[in-house]
Design a protein around this ligand. Structure first.
Ligand code: SAH
Length: 267
């Protein structure tokens, strides 16, 4: 018989476990060995189609529960319930602690399954993946902001962007634009332009490390020309005051932020 989380609460630790596993940006070789091993040894894998479709090679004997985008609370509850007596893996894109399921799982488990063994397995987040594709835009301090207003009110997002633009560090935008939410990105670019020069490099990486990967380098003054290319599979880098285009012999343009070695060394 399956135990409900509330039944198990006052008993010994459940026999099962729950791992919230980051599967990285999309390609199998961008996953950690720990993620691969957790998925391989799981009894059950829970995740949405988009992420499960990135790991077909790892799904052999495990029971699979496919969930839809959204309904995260239901999915978390389902994972915690099954983890009472099974080794459950919940797969999450990139790093599960960065706009992923790790927080919600821990918050809910604290209440309904405090004895459950939970492990969070990190993954390569979109900021790291996209940065690597662009060159090295995040070598020094930087900030990450999600433009999704589903859980954070829009005025708070804009307030944070405004504050960050005044300190001149690179800003990475997750969830830059959805089918229904397009104007916030435009507003954010408007705010950035009030504080940063038009030539500030902007990098756009769509589907990093996936088959349809697209990398674009532009500037703050021209970025709205490629507004149509930006969607929910895109991560956007707005350079800081020291960020510049990378000069290389290849055709590929890159973006680079000096860490500050030149202030100290001659090379
Ligand atoms: N936990 C994920 C982020 C989830 S929020 C992570 O750590 O990467 C979803 C947003 O992440 C997307 O809207 C997009 O902005 C970004 N993203 C995730 N994977 C990406 C990829 N492979 N290429 C480009 N952007 C990506």
């Amino acid at each position: 018989m399956e135990m409900s989380p509330s039944q198990s609460q006052n008993n010994a630790a459940p026999a099962g476990s729950l791992a919230v596993v980051g599967i990285g940006p999309g390609s199998p070789d961008m996953m950690t060995l720990a993620a691969v091993s957790a998925i391989k040894s799981a009894d059950m894998i829970i995740g949405n189609d988009f992420y499960l479709d990135q790991i077909p090679h790892l799904i052999t004997h495990q029971e699979v529960i496919r969930s839809r985008m959204g309904r995260e609370v239901d999915r978390a509850r389902q994972a915690i319930t099954h983890a009472q007596d099974k080794h459950v893996v919940m797969v999450s894109g990139g790093d599960p602690g960065v706009y992923g399921m790790a927080g919600l799982i821990l918050e809910m488990a604290e209440k309904i399954a405090p004895n459950l063994k939970i492990e969070i397995i990190p993954g390569v987040t979109a900021a790291s993946a996209g940065a690597a594709r662009l060159g090295a835009p995040l070598t020094n301090d930087f900030a990450v902001i999600s433009l999704s207003d589903l859980l954070t009110p829009r005025d708070i997002i804009e307030k944070r962007i405004r504050a960050l633009c005044t300190v001149g560090i690179p800003i990475v935008l997750y969830n830059p634009k959805s089918r229904t939410r397009t104007s916030l990105f435009e507003d954010v670019i408007g705010i950035a332009r009030e504080h940063l020069p038009g030539e500030t490099p902007v990098g756009i990486v769509k589907d990093a490390y996936r088959p349809d990967e697209m990398i674009l380098v532009t500037t703050l003054q021209d970025v709205m020309d490629i507004f149509d290319r930006i969607d929910m599979h895109t991560v956007v880098f707005i350079g800081g005051e020291e960020t510049r285009m990378l000069r290389r012999d290849t055709n590929a343009k890159g973006i680079f932020t000096p860490r500050g070695y030149r202030r100290k060394y001659v090379y």
